[in-house]
Design a binder for this molecule. Structure first.
Ligand SMILES: [Zn+2]
Length: 289
């Protein structure tokens, strides 16, 4: 229980209003590690530490049907971990960047949550800007000069790879579904200023979609509350249940007409404390506490 409170405190540092444990879905992901990847690159220890700092609070997206705005999750905590058993191809202990992320549970992401639970979504892709790419053979910064060594080739018994260092920005992270045969892993993308701008725009769009979800949620609560004030009739309850499936425009129209109706029949108002819909009798209600 104490641990759950700490977790929710960490989540609520990033939310517009405090969320309860029931309202969110929490999951872990490995963002990257210090192993040499498919491209012959690996992150330095310093890079992992910097990525851990910079990815905290960053919103990510699922490589999924993105028609609804409910496919975004946010990283609320990161940690660089050392694997006690495994070593990298160069003989160093494997270190990896673990992230804790949350998603606000909605009708729209129930399927996605089932897929994460089932392990279908397992490949993570990150993009970031790197200031230094060091050749393992000669120590040159490949961003500044082409030293001529080829990644993956062996020179006098030493394999050539590039160490990524000096993280200057992180753009985004995403969770992608991979066919079961392919191993889980991390892909990364590094780019110049143009990529950075594109990614920044995408990040802004994501932030907006999260905000829109929040506002829709608020509107839905308003509608449910107004339905509750219509009294205890089956009709009002059915209307409140319907609110769970309406989009923001429909919700706004419904709220406006319910408010107008309420103003028109102001005399018939019930006392405030008996008008809130009760969560206990209907699982789909969430009341403001
Ligand atoms: Zn070199």
């Amino acid at each position: 229980m104490a641990e759950q409170n700490t977790l929710m405190d960490a989540v609520n540092r990033f939310t517009r209003r405090p969320l309860t444990a029931d309202e969110v879905y929490l999951f872990d992901l490995i963002l990257c590690d210090n192993e040499i990847d498919r491209d012959g690159d690996c992150f330095s220890d310093a890079a992992l530490t910097e990525l851990a700092k910079r990815f905290t609070g960053v919103t990510g997206i699922f490589d999924h049907d993105a028609r609804s705005g409910n496919q975004a999750a946010r990283i609320f905590r990161t940690e660089v971990c050392t694997d006690p058993v495994r070593t990298t191809r160069t003989g160093k202990p494997v270190r990896f960047l673990r992230a804790n992320a949350y998603m606000v549970r909605t009708d729209g992401n129930a399927d996605l949550i089932r897929e994460i639970d089932a392990g279908i979504k397992k490949e993570v892709s990150i993009s970031c800007a790197v200031g230094r790419q060091t050749c393992s053979i000669c120590g040159a910064n490949r961003l500044k000069q082409n030293c001529g060594h080829c990644k993956g080739k062996t020179y006098a018994g030493t394999v050539c790879y590039t160490t990524l260092d000096d993280i200057t920005d992180v753009y985004e992270w995403s969770f992608v579904a991979v066919p079961a045969q392919r191993g889980a892993g991390v892909t990364k993308k590094m780019g110049g200023a143009a990529d950075g701008e594109k990614a920044a725009m995408r990040r802004e769009l994501l932030e907006m979609s999260v905000l829109l979800d929040d506002l829709t949620d608020d509107l839905r609560r308003d509608v449910v509350r107004l339905c509750g004030q219509q009294g205890d009739s089956a009709c009002a309850k059915a209307l409140a249940r319907t609110a769970m499936h309406l989009d923001i425009r429909e919700l706004r129209a419904l709220r406006d007409s319910l408010s107008a109706e309420r103003r028109a029949s102001g005399a018939q108002l019930m006392p405030q404390n008996s008008t809130e819909p009760s969560g206990a009798e209907n699982g789909s209600f969430r009341t403001r506490s």
